[in-house]
Write a protein that binds this ligand. Structure first.
Ligand SMILES: [Zn+2]
Length: 76
């Protein structure tokens, strides 16, 4: 039996890849927390663009665009 090891895209730590995840456990937990915060922000501020969300939440535009690309957030 083989385990697929990979480097976390976020912190570079070596970890066992499960379900094609690109992030280690710590980073994916952090990612999930940010995602929930962005979703809540969008509920309170519907219709904001990715750039506006990024500025308002002090998150990188790449992070917001990534969520939209993955279909996790719907761009307005
Ligand atoms: Zn990581």
């Amino acid at each position: 039996m083989t385990s697929d090891l990979g480097n976390c895209k976020q912190c570079g730590r070596l970890f066992v890849i499960k379900h094609d995840a690109a992030l280690c456990f710590e980073c994916s937990a952090e990612h999930h927390k940010k995602l929930l915060a962005v979703r809540k922000h969008l509920r309170d501020h519907p219709g904001q663009t990715a750039a506006e969300i990024s500025a308002a939440m002090d998150l990188s535009l790449d992070f917001i665009l990534g969520l939209i690309r993955q279909g996790i957030l719907v761009a307005s």
